[in-house]
Ligand binder design. Sequence first.
Ligand code: SAH
Length: 346
Amino acid sequence: MTNTELIEKLRTQILTKDEFILLLSTYTKEDMDYAAKIARKICDGIYGKDIYLRGLIEVSSYCKNDCFYCGIRRSNKNAQRYRLTDDEILECCHEGYGIGFRTFVLQGGEDGQFTKERVCSLVKEIKSRYPDCAVTLSLGEKPYDEYKAYKEAGTDRYLLRHETADEGHYSLLHPNFMSLTVRKQCLSDLISLGFQTGAGMMVGSPYQTAEHLALDMLYLYKLKPQMVGLGPFIPHRDTPFYAEPGGSFELCIFLLSLVRIMLPNVLLPATTALGTINPKGRELGVLAGANVIMPNLSPLSVRKKYMLYEGKICTGDESAQNVRSVQEKMKSIGYRISFSRGDFIK
Ligand code: SAH
């Protein structure tokens, strides 16, 4: 089959692993454009011209984990650590609400100070102050009962990228006390608890092959998450992967389109990492099938400290305070920022 035929096939059925590998290792600019056109049409049919906003609040840069790629891994002695207080987080929500955000994403390292009780009371407080808003958590791996408590406290969504669906590859990116089995268990727990759940992977992470990405696609197809986060790997100087090359912008764009075609209803952000490696990253991501943008709503004083990777953008258009500029850019490509909660449409 030609690549065009493979892209067509994906509209109605899943590709085999070998077909994904072929497509991902031989695609051309024409294939990218073809996939983007289909992806965009599919997304427009479900979500229209609306692009949803999420206000990202980076609650802590402390982390007990040690992912080799990540700038806030616990072994990075140069990382600047901070932890927001509940009042600071609520202040971010207040500011974000005023700007028009109706989803708050609380993301952070796996910080023991954010206990189950603390997170639950924080979520309850946000939901009682802003009943028309969705709360998304992205705080890493937790036991089932903790996720359950988050849900009961009113949490709507949870983001936990699987990072890579291949066991061998997973072990090259993480210390041996972490495992893909646990990661996958967490994702099934989140889905069974009724969260709008986000999985996803880095593109171009060290040792990644087309086969790994094919496995990622098959895993996503089986899991059927409501959200998929995918962005390029970007090296961070204070990690073991400091000298590794970053992920390909084109491959990310192509994968965004393929994910949209494979999972038509998915909420798909044009990620910060994509915007970091290309100034037009977000527009091109949207034109390839993305429908979510996540500006940074963290207090300015801590923004530079949540450095997952080198050069992470956090001011300019990336800043929640500059939504107007993002609105203009979306308008210029025929889309509009929606100030609704932007839930998954089934
Ligand atoms: N502790 C939370 C949040 C992790 S940070 C959790 O475990 O889910 C959010 C995402 O940033 C990660 O899932 C990872 O995919 C991405 N990330 C981390 N380091 C990165 C790097 N060097 N380049 C690109 N993306 C990175």
